[in-house]
Design a protein. Sequence first.
Length: 234
Amino acid sequence: MVQGELRGVIALDGPSGTGKSTVARRLASALGSGYLDTGAMYRAVTLGVLRSGGDPAAVAASVVVTVGTDPADPTVLLDGVDVSAEIRGSEVTLAVSAVSAVPEVRQILVARQRAIIAAVVDSHGGIVVEGRDIGTAVAPDAELKVYLTASADARAQRRTRQDSAAGRQATLEETLADVQRRDDYDSSRAVSPLRQADDAVELDTTELDLDGVLASLLDLVDGRGLRTGQAVGR
């Protein structure tokens, strides 16, 4: 990656199924910036817990999770092995909320995420970071915070289509139940619960396609003057 157009950090938060991952990668590509999927880091640790049966905090402290920050190649390695596909499986999906709710796990991974963000901003100028607590905990000083939302039904339909395209079998009813379960779990955890930052812009994606969401985000970027050469204004 080379120096891109974006300067600073864009924090994209929101519940599962709002299209965060896809649009975050598209946004990063459009701006020539870095990209970080923090949820993939929690999924990788969860996979490590499932494999070892160990204590989540101990596993988080001992495993090496490497995430690609190029939006064109967002690979995820667990102790040097590519687990990009495996972490999206149903077993990890069912367990990740519980593992990510462990305070010590969040403390360890947030520290790593902040280090990645700082390194990418230093080397490439900017980064798009997506997750559930970016604007509230990981990067509270982000130049732009956006909270993506959508109805539970819309999110379940999207997730079902994504799973089907990736060869993962799930019914709409099962996916809707999982979406609602994760919403409840993520919103009620004691440490860094899923919530909209006070200074975040809410963007409802229920009636928007991917191009529409991307266009809205780029308008926000330009409105904040976050492209290189623009005057910064809030």
